[in-house]
Design a protein around this ligand. Structure first.
Ligand code: SF4
Length: 334
């Protein structure tokens, strides 16, 4: 039986491995962490349906387990070739093709010092907030409930100053979803979303955005927060400009949530160099063709699944993982 090494044991990697198995190919999943799941492990509920992320993760893991797919955890890949994968401990794993499903990295909000992440209390990222939701408790640093919360969109995305010019695609809808969850948790709280554009492109997104405004009374302000600073009474003062009215705006809030974007993994550069692969300006892997070869690398026998090539939603990621596995299976038949 032909063997394909799937690098990355997140949603894309698990889905690609399942599809390969269904196509009569033997997959081996290589995951650097001690368990599979990737970013799904830290997520509470998924947009736009509020489906618990744990349900999807458990189902993918169950299918992988019951399919008898081999998973090698705690293994870091340092180099790839169409028929060989090298690990950091020096081992070389032979195969007939490779599916790269290493995903993305969340933008480090500390780089945008003006927002005070890691410096001031009660400045959190969307990933931090998701963990708080998962733990069932959202609170300020002093343990009390926030009464006024601001979300800031596009942190580490669409920003030339931090070399991240791309749109991360999922943070607008994440901001809407999280704002609604906060209003459910704290019905008396005021919630503001500061955005540049609302990019509601997916199925059900526009409806959720409308519900957030009309039923949940969440305030959407077109404008960018320029800085946050602590106040004497333990709150945060934010400065912004409402770009619809042209007016500067100052507001005190109890919590500032930074909607951090997706950026390319740091190890893309080394993996690309090892196999002669190209990367886009943002550092994501460049596919063979944007229309007819989206899941194929320019090098024969290497395939891409999920956000290793660009920011994507989870649904798109799973679809693409299926397509990458199909492309690998067809390649092995030829
Ligand atoms: S999805 Fe929205 S918040 Fe995210 S980068 Fe694009 S415009 Fe900004």
């Amino acid at each position: 039986m032909k063997k394909v090494i799937v690098i990355g044991g997140g949603a894309a990697g698990m889905q690609a491995a399942l599809r390969l198995r269904a196509r009569g190919v033997e997959p081996l999943v290589v995951e650097r962490e001690t368990e599979t799941g990737g970013k799904l492990r830290g997520w509470h509920v998924l947009f736009p349906s509020f489906t618990p992320a744990g349900e999807l993760l458990s189902e993918l893991r169950r299918r992988v387990r019951e399919s008898g797919i081999e998973v090698l955890t705690g293994a870091t890949v340092t180099a790839i070739a169409p028929r060989r994968v090298t690990l950091s401990d020096g081992r070389c794993l032979a195969c007939d093709a490779v599916v790269l499903a290493t995903g993305f990295t969340l933008f480090d909000a500390r780089i945008k010092e003006e927002y005070g992440y890691g410096i001031y209390d009660n400045v959190v990222t969307s990933a931090d907030l998701e963990r708080m939701f998962a733990q069932g408790r959202v609170a300020k640093a002093d343990g009390t409930a926030p009464r006024r919360i601001a979300f800031l969109h596009c942190v580490g995305s669409r920003d030339e100053k931090v070399c991240q010019q791309h749109c991360s695609r999922v943070c607008c809808i994440t901001g809407v979803k999280q704002a609604m969850e906060l209003r459910r948790m704290f019905p008396a709280a005021d919630v503001f979303n500061f955005y540049m554009d609302m990019r509601m492109f997916g199925p059900g997104y526009e409806e959720l955005y409308r519900e957030a405004q009309q039923r949940c009374n969440i305030h959407f302000v077109r404008g960018r927060i320029s800085e946050a600073s602590p106040t004497i009474d333990g709150r945060l003062q934010i400065k912004a400009e409402d770009t619809l009215t042209g007016r500067p705006l100052r507001m005190s809030v109890d919590m500032l949530v930074l909607l951090v974007g997706m950026r390319a993994n740091d190890d893309n550069a080394a993996l690309a160099a090892s196999a002669g692969l190209a990367r886009s300006a943002s550092g994501f892997m460049a596919p063979r063709d944007l229309f007819l070869g989206r899941v194929s690398a320019p090098v024969e026998g290497i395939f891409y699944a999920g956000t290793v090539t660009a920011p994507k939603t989870l649904g798109e990621t799973l679809d693409e993982a299926t397509a990458a596995a199909d492309a690998a299976a067809e390649y092995l038949k030829a």
